[in-house]
Design a binder for this molecule. Sequence first.
Ligand code: KG4
Ligand code: ZN
Length: 335
Amino acid sequence: MKILGIETSCDETGLAVYDSESGILANVVHSQVDIHKVYGGVVPELASRDHIRRITPLIHKTLEKAGIEKNELDGIAYTAGPGLVGALLVGAAVGRSLAYSLGIPSVGIHHMEAHLLAPMLEENAPSCPFLALLVSGGHTQIIQVEKPGEYVLLGESLDDAAGEAFDKTAKLLGLDYPGGPAISALAESGDPGRFTFPRPMTDRPGLDFSFSGLKTHAMKILKQSDLDEQTRADIARAFVDAAVDTLTIKCRRAMKQTGIFTLIAAGGVSANTQLRKSLLDMVVKIGGQVFYPRFEYCTDNGAMIAYAGYLHVRDGRREPLSFAAHPRWALAESE
Ligand code: KG4
Ligand code: ZN
């Protein structure tokens, strides 16, 4: 079965073809970073317009790279939410119409479910049940996964998402959007002992997070310090250490609480090398295992949508002709 995946929830136009026999045949991403950088964040209307401009040529390019014709497709999956409504509607409208014209099914995919399933695309894939740390620009959640489709929310951020905290703190340090990779790179040359940031909500029970205080803490230090290059790097280091430590502490707690010692991390922030190392060190100590998607499947991409779509189409999910985007959409409820 061959499924075309379409991702347009934010500022990447991602297209891919997943083949149930041989895996991902093609994965193409167009990033809009250059468009939004000058504004310091994503401008929704510009995002929608660029998706419209890019999507058709990118579909042709993806099919060509995959070495298939469009009538060889068995289904089309598109991100139905959560995300920017205008951006989502582009992928939904194109995906649904193309599927209709080809007479094949199309399915709307939850963006965070696709992130969560991305480690399954790797040769060394996790087996269920597992815990998923989802860390993106809009979400920070720990989810218990019994099997694909059965999700229980164990904890989530009460305010800023982890990626949002990285982006906002990076902005305070004068770094370009998107700040996550930039602040992590700056942190490499920072002194870990100079500043100490709090590890929010780790001193009380539970698996929820709160990241907005880290940005405020950075703001306070910035006001008191001379902003030479080394100080900026030291602040970046203290921030990254605190964010990574907090995520690691909560994952360890979730593993001990549930007795599930298989962990996956997914979403843009899971591309962070400090986080990947910290989670690995932690699971080794407690006799667990951790799985990550390869770097290009951590941030937004069509491959994860195509794969999630394959599971839905394979399991017989079909949708009526009408469609909707879901800018806000919960993947899992707490038990
Ligand atoms: O999953 P994603 O590509 O889009 C959303 O679904 O939101 O995640 C984007 C987020 C941004 O906040 C970005 O700064 C962050 O992931 N990010 C990183 C890294 N790469 C991307 N954060 C920390 N370190 C990275 N290497
Ligand atoms: Zn994402």
